[in-house]
Design a protein around this ligand. Structure first.
Ligand SMILES: [Zn+2]
Length: 206
């Protein structure tokens, strides 16, 4: 037989474990429908505005004129999301793989100059009547091949540092979105917006 105090202590320990368990469950980030990564965070840069240097547009160079110069186009035509090597990558939308480039060794700085995007995947979707192609670049591993069909939220690869990913200080995935032949800000299809300080507005709504 346990004494009353022993029973009480056991009960308290059980409650404590329950609270810890609940905190662990709660703190695990929920993946929103269009999230390519578990944690969406803009990759900062040294050039331009460091906090939003990973976003779409003329963010890495002060002068817009210089940025849009025909010869030296410095516009960042994608969105860089911070991701340490080997981070799980999920498909933003359902679609068909139209390109799967492999063969680049992750983290090998001197073996990655041939293709700026390194290992990458291109997934074509039809969204609200529009042809939308989403590209995921600088990957460590592609888990899909050309012609494969993909479901939204499906694990499609692992992020890495291949191609010219070395130009940015942080390991990241480069996401490029082409909507009806026009390169647009990927935020539209991730269902998010980015503030001037680089913070992200995101809800898990459809
Ligand atoms: Zn990029």
């Amino acid at each position: 037989m346990y004494s009353k105090t022993e029973n009480k202590a056991k009960k308290n320990i059980a409650i404590l474990f329950f609270i810890l368990f609940s905190i662990t469950l709660y703190s695990q980030k929920k993946l929103c429908v269009h999230d390519p990564l578990e944690n969406i965070e803009v990759a900062p840069t040294k050039k331009g505005n460091p906090k939003i240097g990973g976003t779409f547009g003329c963010v890495r160079i002060g002068s817009v004129k210089k940025c849009h110069h025909k010869k030296f186009n410095k516009e960042h035509r994608g969105l860089d999301l911070k991701a340490k090597r080997g981070t799980k990558l999920f498909s933003i939308h359902s679609g068909i793989v139209t390109k799967s480039i492999t063969g680049y060794t992750d983290g090998n700085k001197y073996n990655n100059s041939k293709d700026a995007l390194g290992n990458y995947l291109k997934i074509k979707s039809k969204i609200n009547g529009k042809n939308v192609t989403i590209l995921y670049g600088h990957l460590q591993k592609n888990m899909l091949s050309k012609g494969d069909s993909v479901k939204q939220g499906q694990l499609i690869g692992l992020t890495g540092i291949t191609g010219n990913a070395w130009n940015v200080d942080h390991p990241h995935v480069h996401i490029k979105v082409v909507e009806n032949s026009q390169t647009i800000d990927p935020c539209k299809y991730i269902g998010t917006s980015i503030n001037k300080d680089g913070s992200i507005n995101k809800t898990c709504d459809e």
